[in-house]
Ligand binder design. Structure first.
Ligand SMILES: [Zn+2]
Length: 153
């Protein structure tokens, strides 16, 4: 046990975490993913009280606390990059080989944003405001990667 610890200082602690888990998409998340998988359409959920459209969809409006789970609306598969970073390291849990752009995208018709990969553009050329569209995956993974990536319009 003692050899697991760097005893040369009191500022660092060496360790490892293994964190296997199953995440349930839930009723709202599953419907969202199924529509992307089967129809190549992206849906959001609108709050009838404040009109905010959530993509990815959620069960409760975070402004009004209304139950909005049944207020499905279609949104565009096109939108704009609002923020981004360039991923430059490889990890088995990451969806693409580096370098790639991981962007925050607001789809037309939505008020909230979705994080996804942008390809087909030099990472140095990506800017907030870049118009992008979804490219759907030919094979399903039953995940948000059924949108394989977004590409510039
Ligand atoms: Zn609301």
């Amino acid at each position: 046990m003692k050899e697991q610890f760097d005893t040369s200082n009191c500022f660092t602690i060496q360790g490892k975490l293994a964190l296997p888990y199953s995440y349930f998409a839930g009723r709202v998340g599953s419907r969202f993913l199924i529509r992307i998988r089967d129809e190549k359409k992206i849906m959001g959920i609108r709050c009838n009280r404040c009109a905010k459209v959530y993509v990815p969809p959620r069960q409760t409006c975070d402004v009004c606390m209304e139950d909005i789970r049944d207020n499905w609306v279609d949104v565009a598969s096109e939108g704009e990059v609002t923020n981004f970073t360039v991923v430059r390291y490889r990890d088995k849990h990451l969806p693409k080989d580096p370098p790639y752009v991981l962007a925050v995208i607001r789809l037309d018709g939505a008020d909230t944003c979705l994080a996804h990969v942008v390809q087909g553009v030099d990472p140095a050329e990506v800017r907030a405001g870049l118009r992008v569209r979804a490219v759907f995956a030919p094979e399903t993974t039953n995940t948000l990667l059924d949108i394989d990536h977004f590409e510039p319009v």
